[in-house]
Design a protein around this ligand. Sequence first.
Ligand SMILES: [Zn+2]
Length: 142
Amino acid sequence: MCQNIVENKEPVIKRGRGRPRKKEIGEVKPKKVKDPNAPKKVYKYVIPTVKCQCGGEYVKSNQKRHEATRKHRKYLGEVLPPSTRKRSPICEKTRIIRSKVADLTEEDKEKRREYFRERNFYYRQRKKMEQNEDEDKEEEEF
Ligand SMILES: [Zn+2]
């Protein structure tokens, strides 16, 4: 009995979880392209921030939270234990590339040069390939 009733019913499109599929909505609208010359939106109300003497800045409702920060506590003269926050160690290569040339040892400088030499090589190769592609296209056209 129960099964028959279910079969006679018209199929109902069940709204699934998450974002509705484009099929369900119907027509797929083209994406709106923002006008680059459009005037910028001016917000009527901007939550005012409070500038703290410690150099921090916070929204007034976050005052308690700010006062608990290490930055603020340090400013007040509290001696804090070293941070236990774990930072992932920077890869050797990245460290060399990021730091100033003047701070590097000769060995590191050589590594840095080697890196940029390599990048330059790949860059030139890519450019060459692109040029060749363009030439091929031109030949096809004529
Ligand atoms: Zn502060």
